[in-house]
Every structure is written in structure tokens, then in C-alpha cells.
Design a protein around this ligand. Structure first.
Ligand code: NAD
Ligand code: AKB
Length: 319
């Protein structure tokens, strides 16, 4: 049986990945590590939780050794918009944290999952059907850490045989935990506004098309790539994956099918708009489909239905 550590466990992905891993591999076998001293209530009841600052290699190594960890899902990071506000801190956390994780994995023989992002691409990358291997010259600190992270994971695999694997996630859409400060956050905020019968002011321009994915597909992909037969993978790291390519107005029109009174206007945030314009419109994820069977279940219509149902259910629970 695996013994898994999840860093950044209280974030948008971690808060849904931890329960999925626990139901697959056993509650006691998944240690959630968060930055906060006390976990959020949903994680506290569900299994082991430890406080960890990912910049502290001694504390990380102690946890990995004491808990006999063999697999690390490394999610602790700063996202694109926050990283642009605090570039030095983003380098420290995203790169320093990843180096600490890969070193712990080398010393204690662990496998590592590390998500890259569409943010690993830049303005000179082909924007349509962006290939698996292509130009990567991002112009954001987030992107710089994502490309360097992909390369560092490859290096640890070829030099030290650390089984480091990963995907390039698109913007992830979910309702359980708010996103952590990214450029694609509008695609989550819009649903919160819609179910509260509030108008939404979108910070990206009409026509800004980006890859997106519903969280359930993202969680399945993380588990699937870590369970894939190594022999079936030509590369370990940073597989392009996507489920839909959408602009703000596409999500708006889909929501209107369920909430006809919903309205949206645009108030552009120049920083996030510039980041979004430097990212691809649509990835080619055929290598992930071919090599380890990636196959997302949610398109825009199915995701919208689930988001509205999930958020409406949450509202009803609160009242
Ligand atoms: P998030 O911001 O929701 O969560 C990140 C977590 O890291 C937070 O809980 C935060 O407390 C923690 N953290 C920050 N600094 C830390 C530190 N010094 N020590 C320990 N923990 C620290 O992010 P997420 O959306 O869950 O993303 C997880 C990973 O997936 C990141 O690498 C991100 O780049 C990548 N990713 C996310 C998306 C997305 O849309 N959510 C898309 C592409 C890639
Ligand atoms: C962000 O917008 O920063 C993230 C991502 C796509 O990496 N959601």
C-alpha cells in the first residue's frame, strides 16, 4: 500500500485530491500537509494533517522519514496573479519548495507528482493546438518557475532516477475551495456570482480563450498519471491536458441556460489580461490520451451543470 504526502493540501486542488487519494489508498495512508497550523474542518476529521512550510527542508525530510512516505503530491505554490505581485517570494516557494521536495524524494526514494500549467507557455508559443514539445519562453514569474520546474523534474529523473511525473493543467474549475489567485479564477468567480443572483464583472476581455477543466477530471488525471506503467511513458513530465477551450462569454452563455436573468459586464485587469494573452488558446493533449489514457468526462455543458448544482447545494446547507 502507498504512503502518500500531499503538500499544499488545503488549496483548490489539494482539498479535493486528499479525499480522493484517501478513498483509494486508505485514510491513514495519506498525510495532508498545509501551511496553516490547524487544518480546515473537512480535512481535520478525515485523516492525518501536519503543518509544513515547504521552504523548510529539514521539516520536510523529517515528515517523509518518520511517516515512511513513498509518494509526494507536491501542490504548494503561488499561482500566476499572486506570483506576479510577489515574484521573489514566488521563486522561493515554487522553485525552492520543488527542489526541497525532489531532494527529499531522492534521499527517501519517493515518486513525485508536480503539476505544471498552461502558464509554462508564453507569447511566442503556437497558440492553437499547442504541441507537447514546443517553444516555452513565458514572460511571467509563474511561467518561469513552471518551465524551470518541468526541467528540474526531468533532471531528477534522468540524473537520480526520481520518478517525477506531471501534467500541464489548464485553468481548473471547482466549487469546494476557492482558487488561490490565478488568471483563470474568473471561471470560478462567475459561477459564485450566478448562483447568488449577482451580476458578474469579468476581469478578462471578451474573446480571451483559454483551456479549462473541471476539478473531477483534474483529480483523475493526477492519480492516473502516477499509476501509469512507466514503460508506456515517453516522457514523465508535463503532459499537456485539457477538457475545453473557452472564452468568458462561452461560460456566461452556458450559465444563462440555467439562470436566464444572469448578467455579466467587463472590467479588465490589465495584469491578468496580459498574462492570459501570453498563454495558449488550446492545447494539443493527444500524447496524454495516447500514452496513459487521459480522457476528461466534463465538457462546458456538463461542468456548468455540476458547478451550479454544487454551489446551490452549498448555499442551501449554509441556510
Ligand atoms: P492554491 O493556491 O489553491 O493552493 C496552494 C497551497 O499552497 C495553498 O494552500 C497555500 O497555503 C500553500 N502554500 C503556499 N505557500 C506555502 C509554503 N511556503 N509552504 C507550504 N504551503 C504553502 O493552488 P492550487 O490551485 O491548489 O494549485 C496547486 C498546484 O497546481 C500549483 O503548483 C499550481 O501552479 C498548479 N496548477 C493549478 C491550476 C489551477 O487552476 N488551480 C492550474 C495549473 C496548475
Ligand atoms: C492560474 O491562473 O495561475 C492557474 C493556472 C492556469 O496555472 N489557474
Amino acid at each position: 500500500m502507498k504512503k502518500i504526502l500531499v503538500t499544499g493540501a488545503t488549496g483548490q486542488i489539494g482539498s479535493e485530491l486528499v479525499p480522493a487519494l484517501r478513498s483509494r489508498y486508505g485514510f491513514a495512508n495519506v498525510i495532508a500537509c498545509g501551511h496553516q497550523r490547524t487544518p480546515p474542518p473537512e480535512l481535520e476529521q478525515a485523516g492525518p494533517y501536519l503543518k509544513l512550510d515547504i521552504r523548510d527542508p529539514a521539516a520536510l525530510n523529517q515528515i517523509v522519514a518518520e511517516q515512511r512516505i513513498d509518494t509526494i503530491y507536491h501542490l504548494a505554490a503561488l499561482l500566476s496573479a499572486v506570483a506576479e505581485q510577489k515574484p521573489q517570494l514566488a521563486w522561493e516557494i515554487n522553485m525552492g519548495g520543488l527542489l526541497n521536495v525532489l531532494e527529499a524524494a531522492r534521499l527517501h526514494h519517493c515518486a513525485v507528482f508536480h503539476p505544471s500549467s498552461i502558464g509554462a507557455f508564453g507569447p511566442t508559443t503556437p497558440a492553437e493546438l499547442t504541441p507537447q514539445v514546443t517553444i516555452q519562453r513565458p514572460n511571467t514569474m509563474y511561467g518561469v518557475t513552471k518551465v524551470a520546474g518541468e526541467l528540474l523534474c526531468d533532471y531528477y529523473f534522468s540524473r537520480f532516477q526520481v520518478d517525477a511525473r506531471g501534467v500541464r493543467y489548464p485553468g481548473l474549475i471547482s466549487y469546494q475551495t476557492p482558487p488561490g489567485g490565478g488568471t483563470t479564477d474568473y471561471a470560478v468567480e462567475i459561477f459564485h456570482a450566478a448562483v447568488q443572483d449577482k451580476p458578474y464583472r469579468c476581469f478578462l476581455k471578451k474573446g480571451t480563450r483559454l483551456d479549462m477543466m473541471y476539478m473531477a477530471d483534474a483529480i483523475e488525471a493526477a492519480i492516473a498519471i502516477m499509476e501509469a506503467e512507466p514503460g508506456s511513458l515517453s516522457v514523465r513530465n508535463a503532459f499537456n491536458i485539457t477538457a475545453m477551450s473557452v472564452a468568458p462569454e462561452d461560460i456566461y452563455h452556458e450559465i444563462k441556460k440555467h439562470r436566464p436573468g444572469f448578467t455579466m459586464t467587463y472590467e479588465i485587469d490589465p495584469i491578468r489580461q496580459a498574462i492570459a494573452e501570453s498563454w495558449p488558446n488550446r492545447l494539443d493533449d493527444s500524447e496524454a490520451r495516447r500514452q496513459w489514457g487521459f480522457s476528461p468526462r466534463y465538457d462546458l455543458a456538463a461542468m456548468t451543470k455540476e458547478m451550479i448544482a454544487g454551489l446551490t447545494g452549498q448555499d442551501q446547507e449554509k441556510n
